[in-house]
Design a binder for this molecule. Structure first.
Ligand SMILES: [Zn+2]
Length: 290
């Protein structure tokens, strides 16, 4: 949605009774005009544009006898949009009643030989987008010379060429870049993209190697712990098979007293029986005891 300067911005006179609103279903598109000043003196400042609009209104109303300035909207080289009749009111600019009913009328403030600026083209695309919202079937964009029954040079060769290139068509990609600038931008984007990819790659590798190192350390610690646990379990198993006298928690674990070198070692052998029972008798006694 374009911001439109109101009629008061150019000190417009109120219109006389006019043709009223366009019939939405009849509108085929927008026609592009220029003032056709026949001069190369540019009209750029806001004050100069306002003054020129007021002069054309006077000419159209007082000399031609029309109801108002003929066009619906004006766009200047600074990209300002000006409300003239407004997009809903039928224009008086296209040549006769038939073409006025079929087309809107947008005035570009251009003088002879002047190229439309990027700002003018961008705002005009916005105005035409607004126009299409009101008139969904009115998608054509024509130079005045293509619709006027009588021949006309309007809107001049530069604007006519810009229309042909689609530069007033809503959605047209910005055209203020030279091919060299476009290439420069492309190179810049590619270089940044590569730098970013490289940075991401390095960052990932760094993160990944940190993770791998931490993981390896974890594995080493785990192995160390399991080795210690295995050794402890193995030692416990060996201790479990040891005789009770060697076990730390038995009374028998007391160390024997150190021998006294001045005392003959006491033989703990039992007194030998000089007359032992015969082994058979012993066995019989043993059996009898069962
Ligand atoms: Zn024209």
């Amino acid at each position: 949605m374009v911001e439109y300067l109101p009629r008061s911005a150019w000190n417009a006179r109120p219109p006389n009774g006019g043709p009223g609103n366009l019939t939405v279903s009849r509108v085929e598109g927008a026609v592009i005009h220029w003032p056709g000043t026949g001069s190369t003196s540019v009209i750029h400042s806001k004050a100069a544009v306002a003054s020129a609009l007021r002069g054309w209104q006077d000419y159209h109303m007082d000399t031609r006898g029309w109801s108002d300035i003929a066009y619906q909207v004006a766009v200047d080289q600074a990209g300002r949009a000006w409300t003239l009749r407004g997009l809903r009111t039928q224009s008086g600019a296209n040549g006769d009643t038939d073409v006025n009913e079929r087309y809107g009328a947008i005035l570009l403030i251009l003088v002879t030989g002047e190229q439309p600026s990027a700002a003018m083209k961008a705002t005009t695309r916005g105005v035409i987008a607004d126009f299409r919202r009101i008139y969904p079937r009115g998608t054509a964009i024509r130079p005045h010379s293509a619709v006027r029954p009588e021949p006309t040079d309007c809107p001049g060769d530069p604007a006519r060429a810009a229309i042909a290139r689609g530069e007033f068509t809503p959605g047209h990609s910005e055209d203020d870049m030279t091919p060299a600038q476009m290439q420069e931008l492309k190179n810049f984007i590619e270089a940044r993209t590569q730098a970013y990819a490289l940075w991401t790659h390095r960052q990932l590798r760094k993160d990944l190697s940190a993770v791998v190192k931490a993981y390896a350390l974890d594995i080493k610690n785990y192995e160390r712990q399991t080795d210690a646990a295995d050794a402890a379990r193995a030692a416990a198993a060996v201790w479990a098979t040891a005789p009770p006298s060697l076990q730390a928690d038995g009374a028998a674990a007391e160390q024997p007293a150190a021998p006294d070198p001045n005392v003959d070692p006491e033989l703990s052998l039992p007194d030998l029986d000089p007359f032992p029972d015969a082994p058979a008798a012993a066995e019989a006694e043993a059996d009898a005891g069962k």
